[in-house]
Structure formats: structure tokens, C-alpha cells
Design a protein around this ligand. Structure first.
Ligand code: 9UX
Length: 68
């Protein structure tokens, strides 16, 4: 398992947190997701053999947020 921190821009309420959490949890190989509105980050534990970090960032961006 790998741990990554994705900077997420554009979250303005806890609904956004739920949305970002959901899109990340829907990705293959994602084990654990913790999204912080205050910090503007998503902490993700995932299986790098099943999903690439760039794919996780892409899913966040497809949901309408900025990811870095
Ligand atoms: Mo809050 Mo975010 O009203 O995608 S859900 S702004």
C-alpha cells in the first residue's frame, strides 16, 4: 500500500468533502480516504498496482475540483 496526499482545490463545504471522498473511494485499489476541508487535502491509501496517483488526481478533477 502507498500513502499519498493530494492537494484539492475548490472545496467549499462538507458536501464537497463527501463528493471528493466518494470519487476517490470509487477508484480501484483505494483502501482508505480522509479528506480535510480545512487543510484542502485528500489523504489516500491505495494499492499502486491497481491505480496510479495520476488517475486519482484525474478523478478528483473530473468531479470539478483542482488536484495537485
Ligand atoms: Mo457544497 Mo461542493 O454546497 O461540490 S457540495 S459547494
Amino acid at each position: 500500500m502507498e500513502d499519498a496526499v493530494i492537494k484539492v482545490g475548490g472545496m467549499s463545504c462538507q458536501g464537497c468533502v463527501r463528493n471528493v471522498t466518494g470519487v476517490l473511494q470509487a477508484q480501484p485499489g483505494v483502501e482508505q480516504v480522509d479528506v480535510s476541508l480545512e487543510d484542502g487535502v485528500a489523504r489516500v491509501r491505495f494499492d499502486a498496482g491497481k491505480v496510479a496517483i495520476e488517475q486519482l488526481r484525474g478523478a478528483v478533477e473530473d468531479a470539478g475540483f483542482d488536484a495537485a
